[in-house]
Design a protein around this ligand. Structure first.
Ligand SMILES: Cc1ncc(COP(=O)(O)O)c(C=O)c1O
Length: 315
């Protein structure tokens, strides 16, 4: 094919002098093969942030009430403000969600947003419990399941819903290349969803919303996940090791199935100040305005050298 149709500039020789394929066929096909998806579609986004934002806006325009357990991913609250949604937040305990209560509070024709494992707590709801919940959600209600951290759980195959979308027509699973695959700077995420949702949501995204480098790297990631499994194991081992050390140092820690820890301590303010004075950025969770979360902070698992420095500052 001789490309005379897009005003590209072939005089500058670069691998990136052409626009990407705006249907992202190759990466979408690779994702379908990877998850053995037969009847559903894959929509790629400029990070899963773009997809989640698009789904919120779509839901608002559809007149759907947006509902999510709280505390959960801060982006949901931000979108609530940006789009003036007035979402319904269901207050949940930090360690375990009452799924029966959630089922009762979700109306017909809504958008239920669930983050599993949950950010910022790190806690995880097993698949069989989520299946029970889904069975009690009206089929007119769309379920947005944000699985940004799913690869960090013990057995992703048994825990995640990427391979289940064919069986749930009202389910949209959103995942990202930013966490497990470590491509946060490239901005690529994806949603697995029915063909009908695909058609409705694609117009909410820009034409070339994912750049060619991101697409190429994502395809490379899927080629062989052995390396990523090893890296994940490294991060999980460190997480468990530091969890134990924090525990021995008087911290209270929420059980995490992610690459971060949600922790508190009777002297959390002093400790946080000390860490921050020494160049560590941590996420103070008071901004969530959830009474149980006020004294907690969230820290991600960095490499051993940085984690050891962090611990040294405790003494
Ligand atoms: C739960 C959750 N979902 C989605 C995202 C967004 O990820 P990205 O836009 O990098 O794909 C994050 C980022 O921290 C997250 O924690």
């Amino acid at each position: 094919m001789i490309r005379l149709h897009l005003n590209e500039n072939p005089f500058v020789s670069s691998e990136y002098n052409r626009y990407p394929d705006d249907s992202y066929l190759i990466v979408r096909r690779r994702l379908k093969e990877f998850y053995n998806i037969k009847n559903s579609e894959v929509l790629v986004g400029n990070g899963s942030t773009e997809l989640i934002s698009a789904i919120f806006l779509w839901a608002k325009l559809q007149g759907k009430e947006i509902v999510f357990p709280w505390p959960s991913y801060i982006l949901y609250q931000e979108l609530d403000c940006i789009y003036n949604i007035k979402a319904k937040k269901i207050n949940v305990c930090l360690r375990a969600w009452d799924l029966e209560q959630i089922a009762i509070e979700v109306p017909e024709n809504a958008l239920l947003v669930l983050c599993n494992p949950n950010n910022p707590t790190g806690t995880f709801i097993p698949k069989h419990k989520l299946k029970e919940l889904f069975a009690n959600i009206p089929s007119s209600t769309t379920i947005l399941l944000d699985e940004a951290y799913i690869e960090f759980i013990k057995d992703e195959l048994k825990g995640g819903f990427a391979r289940e979308v064919d069986a749930y027509r009202n389910l949209i699973v959103v995942r990202t290349f930013s966490k497990y695959f470590g491509l946060a700077g490239l901005r690529i995420g994806y949603a697995i969803l029915s063909g009908d949702y695909y058609k409705q949501l694609r117009p909410f995204l820009q034409l070339w919303n994912v750049n060619s480098l991101a697409e190429k790297e994502a395809i490379m990631c899927l080629r062989d996940v052995t390396k990523y499994e090893e890296k994940k194991q490294e991060s999980i081992n460190l997480r468990d090791q530091y969890q134990q050390i924090f525990h021995e140092n008087g911290f209270s820690i929420l059980p995490s199935e992610t690459n971060f820890l949600c922790i508190t301590h009777p002297c959390i303010e002093t400790i946080t100040e000390r860490w921050m004075e020494n160049g560590f950025l941590v996420n103070r969770l008071a901004s969530y305005k959830h009474k149980d979360l006020a004294g907690y902070i969230r820290i991600s698992i960095e490499r051993e050298k940085e984690m050891n420095k962090l611990l040294k500052l405790l003494s």
